[in-house]
Design a protein around this ligand. Sequence first.
Ligand SMILES: Nc1nc2c(c(=O)[nH]1)N[C@H]1C(S)=C(S)[C@@H](COP(=O)(O)O)O[C@H]1N2
Ligand SMILES: [Mo]
Length: 330
Amino acid sequence: MLIRRQEKYQLKEHQLTSEVNYQRRRLLQGLALSTAAASTGASAFLGLGDKTPPLAKRQALQAKATGEGDYLALTPEVKILNYNNFYEFGTDKGDPRRYAQDLVTNPWQVKIQGEVHQSKTLNYEDLFRQFPLEERFYRLRCVEAWAMNIPWIGFPLAALLKSVRPTMNAKYVGFQTLYDPKQMRGQASWRIGGGINYPYQEGLTIAEAMHPLTLIAVGLYGKTLAPQNGAPLRLVVPWKYGFKSIKSIVSIDLLEKQPETTWNQLAKDEYGFYANVNPHVDHPRWSQSTERFIGEGNLFSAKRQATLMFNGYAQQVADLYQGLDLRKNY
Ligand SMILES: Nc1nc2c(c(=O)[nH]1)N[C@H]1C(S)=C(S)[C@@H](COP(=O)(O)O)O[C@H]1N2
Ligand SMILES: [Mo]
């Protein structure tokens, strides 16, 4: 986000056919999903030819369709899998796709601890069976002014938090991504990792964390997450800029004090703790009033659309910020 790069990808129309309606019907029927579609055209997308490693295998997931976001035109899966921010693997949009495929996501452990009566550790399998899985279509808005619509599978973070019984002192929730420089080349190199002081960390107020829209995602497009999207579990907070939605989480801490967060530490005047999507508060270096929606078609023809207050979720979340000056608390 501090480093600007020209995108050189050329996409061909035939590679980008969204298979969503087909997939969605399959999901509702409880059938296994096709894995072929997502890999089609990936190497062409990246302009890497044969050097692109095969995509990590993803398992089909069953989830209850909630109808949340059903009106959204989804971003094709191939773009969700190939255009990413995951600085642990490099700052180029294609780097997570290129360099994350060997990330060991199973076995996995995530600890939920701190101001709780009953801390717990979830293992890989627990992620898919302790809480009922739901499918929700959400808008995702990156602070860099691009946007996607993504069909997530996951469970409300609130369900997990309630299960550990927070104490009265729990005012914030902090999250950390895996720290493993052997697997994550950006953690082993200041230059490749974009100058971030790893591990990547994020935070929410307890009210934000308990909000029913706040999701722990374990899948998308009917399958477990790809490593580049934050397998095996990541946060999704749809009314906030994408950098809040931390990937590949290993610890969730209930805290009395507001935690430090990665992008805020890196550039305080550009990235706040709240990071609510807001068309009226510009980034110091660019406008936030419009966004480039990544849908069908090539990246250059991506259409500009208006940015929505709280990314379109104002009705559900505006109450959380009553009395807060959103210009100061950006
Ligand atoms: N650990 C970690 N989480 C991260 C990031 C990152 O660099 N590292 N990038 C964030 C940003 S800026 C965005 S926009 C989203 C992108 O998610 P996606 O690549 O799955 O679309 O992930 C967020 N989560
Ligand atoms: Mo982002």
